[in-house]
Every structure is written in structure tokens, then in C-alpha cells.
Design a protein around this ligand. Structure first.
Ligand SMILES: [Zn+2]
Length: 149
């Protein structure tokens, strides 16, 4: 590959997936250790970026365009696989959010909010993007709520 086309991370730390050009979410070694297959873990250093684009087969990439695919992880991840839990900590799934969207009270999501504020939440260690899933859960809930049944 012509290295002239490799995109350096921006000064503000943003980097773009080499396959789909989506802005990546920065992750550290704890997340990578917990997600990447141990035999492939040494392909990446202590930091990388997570590609959050559902239809992209890249999970992680670094500034040298080294890529870990979604098939090279220890488990299936959302949103690349909609059957995988959205919430790595408590297992809330797409189906749970859909069920809440069809009921008058989003009880599963309310319970998730309470738990996500507790010491049980380990998003920074085990979520694929190292972040709390709640923003994504809310976004998905609003989307499903608006859909005609
Ligand atoms: Zn991508």
C-alpha cells in the first residue's frame, strides 16, 4: 500500500477506520486484552481505535493500519452483530430495547441506567469501545419507538 495515503491521527486524537473511514473510538490495552483473541493480541500495541460502524468488518485498527477484524475477537460484538449484547456489563440486547419500545414504560432501560451508575459497571474494561453503552441504548430506543409497528 502507498503510505502516502495512510491517514495520520488528527491533532485532536481522532482517527479513521482504514476500511470504512468512520471515526474510531480510542481504546486502551485493558479493553484490547479483554476483547482481542490472545493469539492476535500482539498485532496491536497499548492503544488502538474501535470502529463503531455496524456494516464494517473491522473491530480495531491502529495508526499503521493494522486491523483486527470482528471475527478475531473473543466474542461477538454489537453493533457488528445485532444478536450480541449492546451492554457488555449487564447483557442488555437489541431485543430488550425493542421490547421496551413496545411497552408503555421502558423498565429494562431504567434498570440498566441504575446498574450503569453502580460499581458493577465495568464499561471501561470490557465494552468494545471502552465506553458506557447507555447513549447507544437511548439512541436505539428512540429509533425503535418511532418505527411504525
Ligand atoms: Zn470501519
Amino acid at each position: 500500500m502507498n503510505k502516502a495515503f495512510v491517514r495520520e491521527p488528527d491533532a485532536d486524537g481522532r482517527a479513521y477506520c482504514p476500511r470504512c473511514n468512520t471515526t474510531g473510538a480510542p481504546v486502551g490495552s485493558t479493553v484490547l486484552n479483554n476483547l482481542v483473541l490472545p493469539t492476535l493480541r500482539n498485532k496491536l500495541g497499548d492503544s488502538a481505535w474501535f470502529c463503531p460502524y455496524a456494516r464494517c468488518d473491522v473491530a480495531y485498527f491502529d495508526e499503521f493500519e493494522t486491523v483486527i477484524g470482528v471475527e478475531e475477537l473473543q466474542r461477538k460484538i454489537y453493533p457488528h452483530d445485532l444478536d450480541a449484547p449492546i451492554c457488555s456489563c449487564f447483557g442488555l440486547s437489541y431485543d430488550d430495547v425493542q421490547a421496551d419500545a413496545r411497552e408503555p414504560v421502558p423498565s429494562r432501560i431504567r434498570q440498566l441506567w441504575t446498574r450503569s451508575q453502580s460499581a458493577e459497571a465495568r464499561c471501561h474494561e470490557i465494552a468494545p469501545d471502552g465506553q458506557c453503552c447507555f447513549a447507544e441504548v437511548q439512541r436505539l430506543y428512540m429509533k425503535l419507538k418511532d418505527q411504525p409497528r
